[in-house]
Design a protein around this ligand. Structure first.
Ligand code: G3H
Ligand code: 13P
Ligand code: ZN
Length: 325
């Protein structure tokens, strides 16, 4: 496999982004994409709102879109950004890498940042594989995200009923041992659209900011990452249910909690499910209102427009990353 450096594709790693986010009290958005409309919407929204951005690709997304095509989509996105006006800094990031080989392959294919998620492994094994990835990434200028603690929900084929919060006592040793550039922690968020099982009258439990503070004390100024941070926007859930869907009890992280996190050492906030909900809601609406429509542009186009609005709102009103470039 020929090595392609992310620099040739126009991406940056996350080092400078996180330094600025830490100093500025905001978080950089990490939005997942699997297809053309999603990446177009992310780029458009982030250029319009002048926000740095992390274009995030999971293992499943990479398999879905094809690794080679993905690299060119990334390059195309950077070129499109230039056409839209002043480009903003963008990283191409592997989300939840589950092996050294996958991380290496992404690094060799132009990714500027990778996550090695060894969070389901015993501590020493997690540290070992994470260090191996760092040793390969560092000389190539690629930044590495590690993870300690397990989120409830689905973590790359590992399904966990309950959260295993990050133990703050581990973080200093893990960061020292591995040399990672950022650390994902578990403080009560979870993946997907069904984050909490609430009984009638119950509200979403607050994030464990006490754990975050303990972590910050032990590794001051170190970039922290929050996964599973979709708000599961209720307007879109209502739209999905109204137009034939069935998403009962879907609930996410309130925007207020994310705003608070973004002001702390949390420098990267991962959002995937909210994008999925927007696309599904709009496509369902078009299908119901215009049952004769069969041109994909007529339903993917409106979905893309709505995605742009949603991402801009996140940048402006939740993460605080708008106007930072
Ligand atoms: O955290 C997981 C992301 O939402 C990616 O999900 O593995 O289904 O692409 P995926
Ligand atoms: P959500 O499912 O809350 O969007 O989380 C996405 C994520 O953490 C991707 O790594
Ligand atoms: Zn995640």
């Amino acid at each position: 496999m020929n090595e392609v450096s992310y620099k040739e594709l126009g991406f940056v790693n996350t080092k400078e982004m996180f330094k600025k986010a830490m100093a500025g009290g905001y978080a950089v958005p990490a939005y997942n994409f699997n297809n053309m409309e999603q990446i177009q919407a992310i780029i458009t929204a982030c250029v319009k709102s002048r926000s740095p951005v992390i274009l995030q690709v999971s293992k499943g997304a990479r398999d879905y879109a094809n690794a080679t095509l993905l690299r060119w989509m990334g390059r195309g996105a950077m070129e499109m950004m230039k056409e839209l006006g002043d480009p903003v800094p963008a990283a191409l990031h592997l989300d939840h890498g589950d092996s050294f080989e996958l991380c290496k392959s992404c690094i060799d294919n132009g990714f500027s940042s990778v996550m090695i998620d060894g969070s389901s492994l015993p501590y020493e094994k997690n540290a070992e594989v994470t260090k191996k990835v760092v040793d390969y990434a560092k000389p190539r200028g690629v930044t590495v995200e590690g993870e300690l603690g397990i989120l409830a929900g689905i973590e790359e084929h590992v399904s966990s009923e309950k959260s295993h919060y990050t133990n703050p006592e581990d973080v200093e040793d893990f960061v020292k041992k591995t040399g990672v550039d950022s650390l994902a922690i578990s403080i009560g968020t979870s993946h997907g659209a069904y984050k909490f099982k609430l009984k009638p009258g119950e509200t979403v439990p607050p994030l464990r900011f006490d754990i975050l503070e303990e972590v910050e004390k032990r590794i001051p100024g170190f970039p922290i990452v929050l996964h599973g941070a979709s708000s599961v926007l209720q307007g879109y859930i209502e739209m999905i249910n109204k137009y034939g869907g069935k998403m009962d009890n879907a609930v996410g992280i309130p925007a207020e909690q994310l705003r608070k996190a973004a002001k702390s050492a949390v420098c990267k906030i991962n959002i995937d499910s909210d994008g999925r909900l927007v696309m599904t809601a709009i496509i369902r609406k078009v299908f119901c209102e215009k049952p004769c429509e069969f041109d994909p542009r007529k339903y993917l186009g409106p979905a893309r427009e709505e995605l742009v609005k949603m991402y801009m709102d996140k940048n402006e009103n939740v993460l605080g990353s708008a106007g930072r470039y």
